[in-house]
Design a protein around this ligand. Structure first.
Ligand SMILES: CN1c2c(nc(N)[nH]c2=O)NC[C@@H]1CNc1ccc(C(=O)N[C@@H](CCC(=O)N[C@@H](CCC(=O)N[C@@H](CCC(=O)O)C(=O)O)C(=O)O)C(=O)O)cc1
Ligand SMILES: N[C@@H](CCS)C(=O)O
Ligand SMILES: [Zn+2]
Length: 762
């Protein structure tokens, strides 16, 4: 069986692309230099795929920001506000991703949303009446040729037309159906050009096939591919899916004019059942997603060989290519630099490079008559036997506590209305209270200091004194500016999840295992490998210090259990429901400790609440019930006059507003400006009665919002929300902004709030 991958990480194993791009943003390097660095990274990535035994490497998985954005640009899915900007591809890409303000031009960035059930964010393409759909770029062709001239025959990948159209926002008279008329010929034109350049295969990614599809969606999907097939593009097509099963279109796969189909056999168990019951189209290759492309555990060859042998009953080895279940984009590069991990832990982990080796080993084993006797197999089984001996995996004391909580539901008393007046009596906040989401700029100075402290070059006392100074300045800045509810700034946190993971038992950490979250921003997800326990309070001292710097309320700032779980690499030996309860218990203890220390407002961020919401609606209820219940467990023990906030960002919220309401937080701050206030329409459909702070400016753009922009947004929000429920805050935390950007933006926000109050007073 041949091996292939369907996408490789692109940020660079030393985050070279991140650093180069950020240097370009700061005008420290030229566009030529950035392009050179990108080119050399692409070469390294192809070489790595080959050296790790991948038979069919992939190209065009590189991107300066996001591959869906690249595909939108390639086919002219560009709204008017960007067509007037300079035509240079780099300038356009970054303008659409980050917003643009220069030489009299101004354009707000595209919305950004979570990519399926991952912590990767894509840019939401927009089409309006001015968009001129057609092939308007050559990135896949250029990168294919670049690979070929470096000696690699690759399979270019790009988002397929169905997924592209399904994820695009259409405005005015435009629609997916109309857009398709010009889009399909453009795809065909590109595919022909790739064929002419020597490509044998092109990969079209269609993860949207894993979402619910009604009859008209299915018909639309088929019509797109039928039309593409009719154009005879002169290259073979691999239709690639990921993130679950595609059982709803499985019956019609044989009629598709594609030559290979990629199926996920890790998260898409339904795919295997369908293959066993209905077989697999005889004229097509199956790209079998056998190795988990988004978790860090070693593949258990026993289980995978079982799946491969079940598949092999239905098609011959020559028609099976082994692959990861999704792009390796969601994994760190390599275990190589992780010298701090114990040998036992290293033995059961596999990052992108090790996953590619696993594919090769599975290919060898699947050709054996008795793979169970093969040394590769025996070594693999040994890893799993040793893993059981790793301490901390099961803590009876923790299991005891969760066993009492299983299947219970939690409820905060009294109800929200009664709590609101208790809280107002205690806090005495003005109308339209202003606040921020938590983090303040993580400057180079702060990161450098943390690095020195971690390397042992700066003492703990010095590091703590430094953090206190930054915290004190931050609190004073907010106080002087006239914000109403303050934050401590989160300077002590490397990341809102990794920081908590580091203080809880049950997690392990890496030194270099970065994964792209969006654009140049990366995360180093902690790895959950054992039962979770909170050895001691995590945030109370910092909160107490910050609260002592002002008379105004300072929020206690926690990350919620769902978000900690969803932004970590999770266990594969224990159900998520158990881990969630363990995390919720730990956060509950912290909430109660903060309250006891005098904290009147506690924010429990559940930014990732929606992230692992199953892709099919029929599976939503149990996920949401567990998530909501875990959140309740965190806060149902607090006093009525303690105000609980939560915060969410960069997901679709319209269809889970009921679940958000059921979390019973007193206040939610929620990203809204970056997604052009589409939340307002959703709130019209599902009214929301609690206090809410939809973000009034985008924090991922370097543009500083004007007071007038913010007032306009506030007006729109007040078209559907009651003045008594509206809070005023940014979309999300300010850690990615410069101090100047953060300060000026917050000032504009506070001034807008003052004007709004005046307007409502008169
Ligand atoms: C709010 N969001 C978050 C998400 N997921 C998370 N896990 N965390 C989030 O906050 N998802 C949704 C949104 C948007 N996503 C992100 C993701 C990442 C960032 C971000 O700013 N990332 C930083 C890295 C943060 C970090 O871990 N910093 C560490 C290490 C810093 C570092 O690189 N140090 C250098 C040395 C520095 C020096 O000497 O000058 C090094 O080690 O080489 C830390 O602070 O200690 C990023 O830059 O990518 C934002 C939003
Ligand atoms: N409190 C966090 C939430 C980000 S989603 C922050 O402000 O960065
Ligand atoms: Zn956020």
């Amino acid at each position: 069986m041949k091996t292939t991958i369907i996408g490789y990480p692109r940020i660079g194993c030393g985050r070279e692309l991140k650093k180069a791009t950020e240097n370009y943003f700061q005008n420290k390097i030229s566009p030529e230099n950035l392009n050179e660095q990108a080119k050399s990274l692409r070469k390294i990535h192809w070489e790595k795929q080959i050296s790790k035994g991948i038979d069919l490497p992939v190209s065009n998985d590189f991107s300066f920001y996001d591959t869906l954005l690249d595909t939108a640009l390639l086919f002219g899915l560009i709204p008017e506000r960007f067509t007037v900007l300079p035509q240079d591809p780099l300038i356009r890409t970054f303008a659409m991703a980050r917003g643009y303000k220069k030489d009299g031009y101004q354009a707000s960035a595209l919305a950004m949303k979570k990519w399926f059930t991952t912590n990767y964010h894509y840019m939401v393409p927009e089409v309006d009446e001015s968009s001129s759909i057609g092939l308007s770029g050559h990135k896949p062709l250029t990168e294919f040729r670049e690979a070929l001239s470096a000696g690699f025959l690759t399979r270019p990948m790009l988002t397929g037309p169905y997924t592209l159209l399904r994820l695009t926002r259409f405005s005015g008279e435009t629609s997916a159906v109309k857009c398709a008329q010009r889009l399909i010929p453009a795809y065909a034109q590109l595919l022909s050009a790739l064929g002419a350049a020597g490509a044998k295969w092109v990969q079209l990614d269609e993860p949207c096939l894993c979402l619910d599809m009604d009859a008209s969606e299915k018909a639309f999907f088929h019509s797109l591919y039928q039309r593409l097939g009719e154009k005879n593009p002169g290259v073979k097509i691999q239709l690639q899916t990921a993130f679950g099963d595609i059982t709803q279109v499985y019956d019609s796969l044989s009629s598709l004019p594609v030559q290979a189909i990629g199926l996920d056999f890790v998260e898409g168990q339904g795919n295997l059942l369908k293959l066993e019951s209905d077989g697999f189209p005889e004229d097509k290759i199956l790209v079998a997603g056998i190795v988990n492309g988004r978790n860090v555990w070693r593949n258990n060859y026993k289980k995978s060989l079982d799946i491969i042998s079940r598949i092999s009953k239905h098609l011959p080895a020559e028609r099976i290519w082994l692959s990861p279940s999704c792009s390796l984009l969601h994994l760190p590069y390599s275990l190589g630099p992780e010298t701090g991990l114990s040998p036992e832990l290293r033995d059961i982990l596999a990052f992108a490079e090790e996953k590619m080796e696993e594919l090769g080993e599975l290919s060898i084993l699947s050709a054996e008559n008795k793979p169970e006797n093969h040394p590769i197999f025996l070594r693999n089984q040994q890893r799993f036997e040793q893993a059981e001996k790793i301490p901390g995996r099961i803590l009876p004391e923790v299991r005891n506590r969760t066993s009492f909580l299983r299947d219970q539901s939690f409820l905060r008393m009294p109800d929200a209305e009664a709590r609101k007046s208790c809280q107002q009596n205690r806090l005495n906040l003005p109308p339209f209270p202003t606040t921020s989401i938590g983090s303040f700029p993580q400057t180079a100075e702060i990161r450098a200091m943390r690095r020195l402290y971690r390397k042992g070059e700066v003492k703990l006392s010095e590091y703590e004194a430094f953090l206190r100074k930054r915290t004190e300045e931050c609190v004073k800045l907010q106080d002087d500016m006239g914000l109403d509810v303050l934050v401590h700034g989160e300077f002590e946190r490397n990341d809102m999840v990794e920081y908590f993971g580091e203080q809880l038992d049950g997690f392990i950490f890496t030194e270099n295992a970065w994964v792209q979250s969006y654009g140049t921003r990366c995360v180093k997800p902690p790895i959950l490998m054992g039962d979770v326990r909170r050895p001691c309070p995590m945030t109370v001292d910092t909160w107490r210090f910050a609260a002592g710097c002002t008379k105004k309320p300072v929020k206690g700032m926690l990350t919620g259990p769902v978000t900690i779980l969803n932004w970590s690499f999770v266990r594969d030996d224990v159900e998520n429901t158990e881990c969630l309860l363990q995390l919720a218990l730990a956060i509950r203890e912290e909430v109660l400790d903060l309250e006891a220390a005098g904290c009147a407002i506690i924010q429990i961020d559940e930014a990732a609440l929606r992230e692992k919401l199953p892709l099919k609606k029929k599976d939503w209820k149990s996920y949401l019930d567990n998530a909501v219940n875990a959140f309740h467990l965190c806060h149902d023990g607090v006093r009525p006059d303690t105000q609980i906030h939560t915060h969410m960002c960069y997901s679709e919220f319209g269809d889970i507003l009921e679940a958000i309401d059921a979390m019973d937080a007193d206040v939610i701050t929620i990203e809204a400006a970056r997604s052009a206030l589409t939340l307002v329409d959703q709130l019209k459909k599902t009214p929301y009665a609690r206090d809410i702070g939809p973000g009034v400016y985008d924090i991922h753009s370097p543009l500083i919002p004007g007071e007038e922009d913010i007032l306009l947004r506030l007006d729109t929000l007040l078209s559907t929300l009651e003045p008594e429920q509206l809070w005023i805050n940014p979309d999300c935390g300010l850690k990615t902004r410069s101090p100047k950007e953060a300060e000026e933006s917050l000032k504009a926000m506070v001034n807008a709030a003052k004007k709004l109050r005046e307007k409502y007073r008169s």
